[in-house]
Design a protein around this ligand. Structure first.
Ligand SMILES: Cc1cc2nc3c(=O)[nH]c(=O)nc-3n(C[C@H](O)[C@H](O)[C@H](O)COP(=O)(O)O)c2cc1C
Length: 333
């Protein structure tokens, strides 16, 4: 163990960053009424009765003189989609409140919208804390929404997910990690491929009756959904967009979809494809059924988990992308 005065500051910071926190913006007003605010993850609850919270501010922060003299301040617990706002309030020297609509409160301190929770505070104590000043406030008002919060851990923004009881871990009391498997372990319930595959099939199974009713194969469903996002497409475009599904859609297959009145071909050589009116109606029906399944699933999982799941699935799509054309971003003109 190193002597505290010999701690490497970066290493010490990295160790502290293992503690996951939420992200807040603390706001107040200067004597001339100007709105002042900064991003802080040092926020914590202190007392329930009386209701008190704390946070700490670096002594070299530009806002320190204002907070040191402020009788009131507001703490905003940022929601998962407010990371850009957090960055804005963590940068010195720009008009942090530009374009922000503020709510009113009795203390007249700036109250930012769209947060997970907000605490209106009266300064109760200030303490020396090394290179920071610790502010303790008495909470005089608060509100909250159901929007999941933004998190900060290992120096990065994160979203919260409740831990699934299904993931195998060591018993918490022993703190011992599971033994490495002694023999080959080709297939387990934690295998990512199994989890992804099973989640996909369980999801699809819920709206497969709609596919059956409309006599649409899985491959045709992928094709129609692709064209519902972007059309017209050439046979080559369709093939490259659909490559990840394993379903091969070549020119004869597209012509067959035209013969089934799902698509229409156009262009001089009839080599561009769009949804036919019947194809449009079919995909709208199926997507409505899929959306209903999704709404039901989100209802069961909860908003917090579904935001975390979307985030992780997008991370995985990026990590496993073999260089597919971008579907959701408009192509260069
Ligand atoms: C996620 C995050 C958390 C932060 N937490 C704190 C904190 O708790 N205390 C602090 O003094 N600075 C913290 N900072 C840095 C300040 O937001 C930053 O120094 C800001 O420029 C201070 O504003 P000011 O100089 O206008 O006072 C944090 C920054 C980020 C991105």
């Amino acid at each position: 163990m190193a002597n505290p005065s010999e701690f490497d500051p970066k290493d010490f910071r990295n160790a502290l960053s293992m503690f996951a926190t939420g992200v807040t913006i603390v706001t107040t007003r200067a004597e001339d009424g100007a709105a002042v605010g900064m991003t802080a993850n040092s926020f914590n609850s202190v007392s329930l009765q009386p209701p008190m919270v704390l946070w700490s501010l670096a002594k070299n922060a530009r806002s320190l003189p204002v907070f040191a003299n402020a009788p009131f301040w507001n703490v905003h617990i940022l929601s998962n989609d407010q990371d850009a706002l957090s960055n804005r309030f963590a940068r010195a020297g720009e008009d942090k409140f530009a374009g922000l609509e503020l709510d009113e409160c009795p203390s007249n301190m700036p109250l930012i919208r769209g947060c997970s929770a907000r605490f209106q505070c009266r300064t109760a104590f200030q303490y020396e804390g090394g290179d920071h000043i610790i502010f303790v406030g008495e909470v005089i008002g608060y509100d909250r929404t159901d929007t999941p919060p933004l998190l900060y851990v290992t120096g990065q923004y994160a979203v919260a997910a409740h831990k699934s009881g299904l993931i195998a871990t060591a018993p918490a009391e022993t703190g011992v990690r599971p033994e490495a498997a002694s023999g080959p372990d080709p297939y387990s319930e934690d295998m990512l491929g199994y989890l992804l595959g099973r989640a996909h099939y369980q999801f699809m199974a819920r709206f497969r009756p709609a596919l059956k009713r409309l006599h649409i194969s899985d491959a045709e469903f992928f094709l129609l959904s692709l064209l519902s996002v972007r059309q017209p497409l050439s046979a080559a475009d369709v093939a490259s967009h659909m490559a990840y599904t394993g379903c091969e859609f070549d020119l004869p297959a597209l012509q067959a979809a035209c013969a089934r009145d799902l698509l229409v071909s156009h262009g001089e050589s009839q080599d561009m494809f769009s949804l036919s009116p019947a194809g449009t109606e079919t995909i709208l029906h199926i997507l409505a059924a899929a959306k209903a399944v999704e709404a039901d699933l989100i209802g069961n999982m909860g908003q917090l988990q579904s935001i975390a799941l979307r985030n992780l699935l997008k991370t995985m799509l990026t990590a496993s992308d073999p260089g597919l054309p971008k579907l959701w971003t408009a192509p260069a003109p």
